[in-house]
Design a protein around this ligand. Sequence first.
Ligand SMILES: Cc1cc2nc3c(=O)[nH]c(=O)nc-3n(C[C@H](O)[C@H](O)[C@H](O)COP(=O)(O)OP(=O)(O)OC[C@H]3O[C@@H](n4cnc5c(N)ncnc54)[C@H](O)[C@@H]3O)c2cc1C
Length: 414
Amino acid sequence: MIAPQSTVKVNDIRSIHRVIVIGAGPAGAAAAMRLHDQGRSVLWVDRSDFPRPKVCGCCLNLAAIGGLALVRCDQTVRDLVAGELRYWKLENGGRKIDASLPGGIAVSRTRMDVALIDEARSRGIEMRTNCDARIVDVTAKSVVVRLSDASRDEAFDVALLATGLSGGGVSRWLPWIQEPSGPLGAGIVVDELTGVAPQTIHMICGDQGYVGLVQLEDGRIDVAAALRKEKFSETGGESLKSGRAEILNQINSILASSSLGTLPQELATSLMTTPPLHRQRRAGSGRLLAIGDAAGYVEPFTGEGMAWAIGTGIAAADCIDGDRVNLDLGQQWCDTYAAMMRKRQWICRALSQSLASPSSSRWLMRGMHLAPWIVRRAIWRLNKPLPVAGRAVDLLTRRVSEGPDAAPRSRVGL
Ligand SMILES: Cc1cc2nc3c(=O)[nH]c(=O)nc-3n(C[C@H](O)[C@H](O)[C@H](O)COP(=O)(O)OP(=O)(O)OC[C@H]3O[C@@H](n4cnc5c(N)ncnc54)[C@H](O)[C@@H]3O)c2cc1C
């Protein structure tokens, strides 16, 4: 579907004062902090009660940490973990690819998201949890929002939608370019799992999809999977409750083909799931701007998802702060978003398409084995600083910015 062009014209971008940021994942956190740094009045809300678990691989790459540095939160998150990620191991049909990572960390979302909320509050940002937000109207000069903890609707100069994969109800203003489709996400944190090495991102691929595993800051193992929907039986794929046992079976059959252990069946009830992952919507309209997963989702492989979320949060705040007037802010954000993300996401898009069928994934593994520089180059590109303004990103990520040869050399073997 081709998204219609927005017709709203905004002539007084400089008059923007009060901004609402909806959603307290990494996109919302980065946006709220950046807006606060710019001197704006920010209301930041999330409907969840924190700490809350989330389906996520929990790996932050150097681009993500560099983004957090721009809003002075990198140390807040680094303080939660002991060491850096060092290796990326891919297993597919008995073949193994090992590569070194230039850096990055694994941190549970329960702890990271709370740490960012605490940091925001300590800086004086008004942050409300247990507060569901619904967009009621979008006009040329404001966005009207209904907050579950307020008795009246409230108008804001700009609303940033950072609601992740779940936040619906805005298709009237931000129509889908690609409706949600493709694999489902599933995740769980377990106390232990045989074979998961410290400081290592494990990726196991199978006919059903792939599973990512990493050891968290407290030694537990985060398991996050993207599973092909057509591989579920009809009832299992459609109903979350009845489907959990089947989803666990799918994860276990992928793990069974690897050198790692499998998950006990009784954990099925604790499994978290997501709606279909692949999606893209118009990123902005009038004064409503979508950031992070709310704007679109492409499967991450070495911790890119949160980097894109943080990067788009910062860039959207900068877009509001821009000097250009007489422009439709929503359209300006659509253009900025497209320029920022297109080149970034193609590697992950290509990788996920190649892993989508057993034959193409076999070719991919063979290619990576024969030409290990491809893996090294791809990892280097994905860790490159995001194109947002600021000095801290370049400083923090200079190891990768210096080029692929500056990063430790990849070891690749069968
Ligand atoms: C299987 C899987 C593995 C992944 N692995 C990784 C990885 O290793 N590394 C990585 O970087 N990324 C990974 N990702 C991607 C990463 O999780 C997302 O890209 C990232 O969380 C997006 O952040 P966000 O801020 O956009 O949204 P989210 O983190 O999803 O946050 C959205 C927030 O909005 C709130 N919300 C929703 N609706 C409303 C509402 N109406 N009102 C108020 N609040 C609302 C929710 O409660 C939630 O807290 C993975 C994703 C999946 C599915």
